[in-house]
Design a protein around this ligand. Structure first.
Ligand code: FES
Length: 78
């Protein structure tokens, strides 16, 4: 059962959980803040809309296309 760090808080998830699902399990489901200051969240869940862009281990990734790994650092806040 992987344990990631979501916005400085530990979160255990089931094996095979995507980061997008972890955002719902451990937070408010949002992944980033838009340039106009609105919180954004995953929409399509299949890698098309790009709304789930998020910082994972220091790199911008798609939350819906990334599986949670033990020790992963996920930052949804600026
Ligand atoms: S939710 Fe649309 S690309 Fe990830």
């Amino acid at each position: 059962m992987p344990e990631l760090i979501l916005d400085d808080r530990p979160l255990k998830v089931a094996e095979g959980t995507t980061v997008a699902a972890a955002l719902m399990l451990g937070g408010d489901g949002t992944s980033r803040t838009s340039v106009s200051g609105q919180r954004r969240a995953p929409v399509c869940g299949m890698g098309v809309c790009q709304e789930c862009r998020i910082t994972i281990d220091g790199q911008r990734r798609l939350a819906c296309q990334t599986l949670c790994r033990d020790g992963m650092q996920v930052e949804s806040r600026p």
